[in-house]
Design a protein around this ligand. Structure first.
Ligand code: HEM
Length: 396
């Protein structure tokens, strides 16, 4: 990523609205400046999301649109349809509702600190701790039993990490891998729907299964995609932030030391700096609803722009010394990792609380911590980050 950031800094300076012409992926414009990504994200009258919100090859895009099961999650919806569907779960993600779950997040964090103790001084922090911890928090809200968590993880990796050979399983093709994961999700969430309609519980699955949109039951495709979106977006993202955050602290022990004994405000700022530094969601696409121009570059109706969040988060016009990891960054409130506008990340409150909660425990309870091998990054241009982080540590 360091090399990527160096190269993208040049693109951001010289070609902020870069036409990318690629045989496999077709033409699109890459937006790399914070100001442009911010403006396009907030202008949903002129920029739509549509089915193809994530960059895919022309072949994959055709398949995705043609399938009777084309994506219909919040991410793909626009306008009133989007607002009405978002309202179904919105109350669960408001600051007060998420705050009310702090005790439970604490309990889950304690569990994984205990697991670190059991692992006796060495672990793969990404696989052993960050993944299962963030997964548990979201599945707990969902009401999905612990015994199904490995399945949820495998299916999420099948979709987000389909291009990574490590997550390919027995499949030879990422599209087949993702399609298979999708079908298993559908079957799983159809069963959950039947169950929660018959026996409602106090969980998010019940809310989605029984959701009403404009006075009618939520559509089948929208319901299933809602389930899939929350099940996937809810943990891999936060997990990559946590593992990537610890990885950057290992490279900057002075920043780690400066946080020892820090108050909640300082920890919150540090957690946000981690989210800026790691930017686990690498992009989303937007489509022009009419001919337009950005910085003098003409974009026709239907033209696609790629919003590069990692680039926006290193934009020197917004962040002082952006290539420096700085837990005391005064400009951190400009971070764009969660997007902005109508589609602003629904789960940002959860993500932030999960990160702060775990960071605080690590700072208070761990004495020494160091790398025990090379970290590895996942191979994906959508949701990506540190997938292996071997560490050696001791407790106080
Ligand atoms: C560090 C962790 C996370 C990052 C970096 C992240 C990032 C993002 C981004 C960039 C978007 C699109 C914003 C836009 O288009 O303007 C998004 C949307 C979304 N995120 Fe997150 N996310 C994270 C954690 C979570 C969690 C924990 C959940 C929990 C369920 C979640 C659920 C969603 C949903 C449902 C949407 C779609 C919102 C919509 O289209 O209206 N995310 N997220």
């Amino acid at each position: 990523m360091d090399r990527w950031h160096q190269e993208v800094a040049e693109i951001r300076r010289d070609h902020p609205v870069l036409l990318v012409q690629d045989e496999e992926f077709g033409p699109f414009w890459a937006l790399t400046r914070h100001e442009d990504i911010f403006a396009v994200s907030r202008d949903s009258a002129h920029w739509k999301n549509t089915t193809l919100s994530v960059l895919a090859s022309d072949f994959e895009s055709r398949e995705m649109v043609a399938t009777p099961f084309a994506p219909r999650s919040l991410v793909q919806l626009d306008g009133h349809e989007h607002t009405a569907h978002r309202r179904v779960t919105n109350d669960w993600f408001k600051p007060a509702a998420v705050g009310a779950r702090q005790d439970r997040i604490d309990e889950i964090a304690d569990l994984f600190i205990a697991r670190m103790r059991e692992l006796d001084g060495e672990c793969d922090f990404a696989v052993d701790i960050a993944q299962p911890y963030t997964l548990r928090v979201i599945m707990d809200i969902y009401g999905i039993p612990e015994s199904d968590e490995p399945l949820m993880l495998e299916l999420t990796q099948g979709i987000f990490g389909a291009n990574d050979p490590e997550f390919m399983g027995a499949d030879s093709d990422p599209l087949i891998r993702a399609g298979r994961a999708l079908m298993t999700f559908v079957q799983y969430f159809n069963e959950i729907t039947t169950d929660r309609r018959a026996c409602p519980a106090d969980d998010l699955a019940t809310v989605i299964a029984n959701g009403q949109v404009d006075g009618c039951p939520i559509g089948d495709a929208e319901r299933l995609w809602y389930f899939i979106l929350v099940a996937t977006a809810g943990h891999d993202t936060t997990s990559f932030a946590l593992s990537g955050g610890l990885q950057v602290f290992l490279d900057h022990p002075e920043q780690w030391a400066s946080l020892r004994g820090a108050d909640d405000t300082a920890i919150a700022r540090a957690a946000d700096e981690i989210v800026r530094w790691t930017t686990p969601v690498r992009h989303f696409m937007r489509f022009a609803t009419e001919p337009t121009s950005i910085r003098g570059v003409e974009i026709p109706e239907g033209g696609r722009v790629l919003l590069s969040y990692p680039s926006a988060n290193r934009d020197e016009a917004v962040f002082a010394d952006p290539m420096r990891f700085d837990v005391n960054r005064p400009d951190i409130d400009r971070l764009l990792s969660f997007g902005v506008g109508a589609h602003f990340c629904l789960g940002s409150q959860f993500a932030r609380r999960e990160l702060r909660t775990f960071l605080k425990r690590l700072l208070n309870e761990v004495d020494t911590i160091e790398a025990a091998g090379d970290p590895a990054w996942s191979e994906s241009h959508f949701v990506s980050g540190v997938k292996h982080l071997p560490i050696r540590y001791s407790f106080r």
